[in-house]
Design a protein around this ligand. Structure first.
Ligand SMILES: [Fe+2]
Length: 388
């Protein structure tokens, strides 16, 4: 919710009669968060969004998670995952805790149904591919390197125009722009690495007028159902407010650089309860004459660090490729692999693109994570034996 938006036709005041050219009332819907006390939007439908014909079971397989045991750093070769399907059935869960579930999906099929996650916000990072997110707020065109932030309860269909690889974050809370980037009125301040113009809202087209039987797959904190509704969910003539899906492309991120190494919070993009998100994008390195461009060794004792590698030369990591995920677990030291510091000296810039999520509760591993793991990764900081 970067700023107020208004699209299509809305009446001059909220909660008053609003009619079409034939005198029929539009159906107003309040789309609100945290009860009635946080951001919200008002949508005007041709027909009520409440007309449910039938509720069926959605027998969705449960994700099985295990502890990161023995506790160690992990490397998941998600580039070897090829569960090609639609954007929901194609999700391969990898990591999760009570606050967030992280999956990858190789999306090759359009959704024949709508989907609504009422358990929290979702954020999809598009590694490659292009297409459209169809929502009642309008169509949100996506492309590679987009973050798509989808508020809790948004009904949508994810329709790829080309094969699309996404990294999926399902939060149990609200995914927001960090407060440190906002002034006292909510505007992005001068020190923020992005500006309101960098965020894209859906574009509302003509309302879908047809009626029939539309499937909406609804999930909420492990409870699932398939709703058959009578009215097309995208029959909206206008909406306004602060709560809507939006896109931010990390190529628009203006990274904060410095004379000496900047820690990950300098690259923060979004935050959620129990999680902080960062983006590492092409940038100039530190400009002190003796600067070391790669990060220092550290044990992040308060969080598990997850990095998804998108493109470029990941100079501080041995054996990492596009689509790799590293999990650097709280308490397990990590840093540049042997030789990486020396290799980095004198380098002026990096072309890497990677996205990160730090979680403040330990992450568990889903079955697919163990299947995709490079099990020797935790030894990658050991120097090669010196040959006699
Ligand atoms: Fe780290």
């Amino acid at each position: 919710m970067p700023a107020y938006q208004r699209q299509g036709s809305v009446p001059p005041k909220r909660h008053i009669q609003f009619r079409d050219a034939h005198g029929s009332l539009y159906a107003e819907e309040l789309f609100s968060t945290k009860g009635f006390e946080s951001v919200y939007s008002l949508l005007y439908h041709l027909r009520p969004p409440t007309a449910t014909l039938e509720v069926r079971d959605w027998k969705r397989p449960r994700i099985h998670f295990d502890l990161n045991q023995p506790l160690r750093n992990r490397h998941l070769l998600t580039q070897n995952s090829h569960n090609e399907n639609d954007a929901i059935e194609g999700r391969v869960a990898l990591l999760g805790n009570a606050d967030i579930t992280i999956s990858v999906a190789d999306v090759t099929k359009p959704m024949e149904y709508f989907y609504r996650n009422v358990g929290g916000d979702e954020m999809l990072f598009v590694h490659r591919g292009a297409g459209v997110l169809e929502t009642p707020f309008g169509d949100l065109a996506y492309r590679a390197h987009d973050y798509l932030i989808i508020p809790c309860g948004t009904t949508y269909r994810f329709q790829p125009a080309s094969p699309t690889r996404v990294l999926v974050h399902e939060s149990t809370g609200m995914i927001t722009i960090p407060k440190k980037y906002r002034n006292e009125f909510g505007q992005l301040d001068e020190q923020a690495p992005y500006y309101e113009r960098d965020f894209r809202a859906p574009l509302l087209g003509p309302p879908k007028e047809e009626t029939g039987e539309y499937e909406v797959h609804v999930t909420n904190s492990g409870r699932d159902a398939i709703y058959i509704v009578q009215n097309h969910p995208c029959d909206v003539v206008g909406w306004d407010g602060y709560c809507y899906p939006y896109a931010f492309n990390v190529d628009e991120f203006a990274p904060i650089t410095g004379k000496l190494h900047q820690p990950p919070p300098a690259h923060a993009t979004f935050e959620a309860p129990g999680a902080a998100f960062c983006a590492f994008v092409p940038r100039l390195f530190d400009y002190h004459p003796l600067a070391i461009p790669v990060p220092y060794n550290h044990s992040s004792v308060d969080c598990d660090e997850v990095i998804y590698y998108v493109s470029g030369n990941f100079m501080s990591r041995r054996g990492i490729g596009e689509g790799s995920i590293t999990l650097h677990a709280a308490g397990a030291p990590h840093g540049p692999q042997p030789g990486a510091v020396e290799e980095s000296l004198g380098k002026k810039s990096t072309d890497e693109v990677a996205v990160m999520v730090d979680t403040f509760q330990p992450l568990m591993l889903a079955d697919a994570a163990f299947d995709l793991e490079d099990k020797d990764y935790y030894r990658s900081w050991v120097a090669e034996p010196v040959k006699a």
